[in-house]
Ligand binder design. Structure first.
Ligand SMILES: *Cc1c(COP(=O)(O)O)cnc(C)c1O
Length: 457
């Protein structure tokens, strides 16, 4: 097939769906640092984690050595409803840019949740059900994760309780109603329903809420109800593992046509889609079988990799979750109020943080007006209305393609198109009306937030 013209869309067959997730940690010589108990500062044990997370997911979280982990058949059956996801050759974008580069994107927006998050939501709901739990609690920012989880929970008949960052709860009523359509209960965070919520409200009565705070509330709520566990849609290594279906499918599709990407680009919030996309390729790089350039793209207003510190930090504002060594801006860091493009978590996956620290991956930060300009450029030629998060990757893919135009190099660029932006039209509106601004935090602001990282002996 190697000489065939590459189609616009490379679809795999149902039986080409990955049957195992790939755990890139197994091929890392230097592993990500272990999660620590926030009180004792000793590595957390499986037993400690099991009071918060489902047992099977704890195993996956702590497993640094097993390269391939079977995907249970029940999850594969669910994946079949919306996967394999297409790998698309951006012929129209290439033509519009006049670049000799070949651009491909893996589109994960083809399900009701509108993003890749369903890949992990269904896995986490499955393991909760298998353990005989009544339900799960979680947080959601913009709402994609909450939506994905409510879909997954309704499939397995589990109760789903979502703490939604207050400002999104108010500004994104549609996403909230999608969650309720799937049977989830949605509480604006901070709320009066938890100790940590009440404490934060007392200190900051007018707060808009934050992801870190909603995480603390969801964790507390799971721990105070019997038969409940907490689940998280990004950052954790288990989530990155589930998201490797993205990269594995991409690799299978590319191998069919002998396509080898030179540059692989993804947006990075907590790092799950990027980690999932690059894992199989990174595995080859780690084993010395092939070489690729990997680029993480983050917002200039929330630049954890490019301007954060690589230290142990709290994953949540309430400081109840295990400590994770990661590139972080400090758990109290809040992106400026005008930030509209998502990817607002203060930290980063420990796997990606370690790979970045070892120089195996690059990172760049981009300003939001340039992200929305890229989103619009993309939508007009490729048709898909991209999520603002995904558009960070589009922006850098276009930048790299334009460099190829200057040098005449025919590089192959692959990027992850994580989702659609139908519920983000408020942000698009600001962009179209010319009232969207860029904000880059000062060194002082970042250093201030970093003052609250935990003291380690
Ligand atoms: C959540 C989300 C992201 C960022 O999360 P990661 O864990 O960094 O992948 C990116 N794109 C979309 C559409 C999302 O919903």
């Amino acid at each position: 097939m190697s000489n065939a013209k590459i189609p616009y869309k490379i679809y795999l067959k149902e039986d080409e769906l990955p049957k195992q997730w790939y755990n890139v940690r197994a091929d890392m010589k230097k592993k990500p640092a272990p999660l620590l108990n926030p009180v004792t500062k000793k590595p957390v044990t499986a037993q400690e984690l099991s009071s918060v997370f489902c047992e099977e997911l704890v195993k996956q979280e702590l497993d640094d050595i097993t390269p391939y982990i079977d995907i249970p058949q029940e999850i594969i059956e669910f994946y079949k409803m919306y996967r394999p996801a297409p790998l698309i050759r951006a012929y129209c974008l290439e033509k519009k840019l006049g670049t000799p580069a070949k651009i491909y994107y893996k589109f994960e927006g083809n399900n009701t949740s509108g993003s890749h998050k369903l890949n992990s939501a269904i896995a986490q709901a499955y393991y909760a059900k298998k353990q005989g739990l009544k339900g799960v609690t979680t947080e959601t920012g913009a709402g994609q994760w909450g939506t994905a989880l409510s879909m997954a929970c309704s499939y397995f008949d589990l109760d789903c309780q979502v703490y939604m960052v207050k400002v999104s709860y108010e500004q994104k009523p549609f996403r909230r109603e999608v969650m309720r359509t799937y049977g989830a209960s949605v509480t604006p965070s901070p709320s009066e329903t938890t100790n940590v919520g009440r404490k934060i409200l007392k200190q900051f009565p007018d707060t808009d809420g934050s992801l870190g705070c909603a995480i603390s509330e969801a964790v507390e709520s799971a721990q105070t109800q019997s038969g409940y566990r907490y689940v998280l849609g990004s950052v954790l290594s288990q989530v990155l593992l589930h998201q490797t279906v993205i990269g594995l499918e991409t690799k299978t599709a590319m191998d069919k046509y002998n396509i080898k990407p030179d540059i692989i680009i993804g947006c990075a919030g907590g790092g799950s889609n990027l980690g999932g996309l690059i894992s199989p390729f990174m595995g080859e790089k780690l084993r010395g079988e092939a070489d690729y350039r990997f680029i993480a793209v983050e917002p200039a207003s929330c630049p954890s990799l490019t301007r954060g510190k690589y230290v142990y930090d709290f994953c949540d504002t309430g400081q109840v979750c295990p400590l994770q060594k990661m590139y972080t801006l400090g758990s109290g860091f809040m992106p400026a109020a005008n930030h509209a493009g998502g990817l607002r978590y203060h930290g980063m996956s420990s796997v990606l943080s370690e790979l970045y620290d070892q120089g195996l991956m690059e990172a760049v930060s981009v300003e939001q007006t340039s992200v929305f300009a890229a989103a619009e450029q993309f939508a007009r030629v490729e048709g898909i209305l991209p999520a603002p998060e995904s558009s960070h990757a589009i922006k850098v893919a276009i930048d790299e393609a334009m460099k190829c135009k200057e040098t005449g190099e025919e590089k192959t660029i692959l990027f992850g198109l994580t989702g659609t932006g139908y519920f983000d039209m408020y942000a698009y509106e600001k962009f179209h009306n010319g009232v969207m601004t860029d904000y880059i935090p000062s060194d002082d602001e970042i250093n201030n937030a970093l003052k609250n990282i935990p003291v380690m002996e």
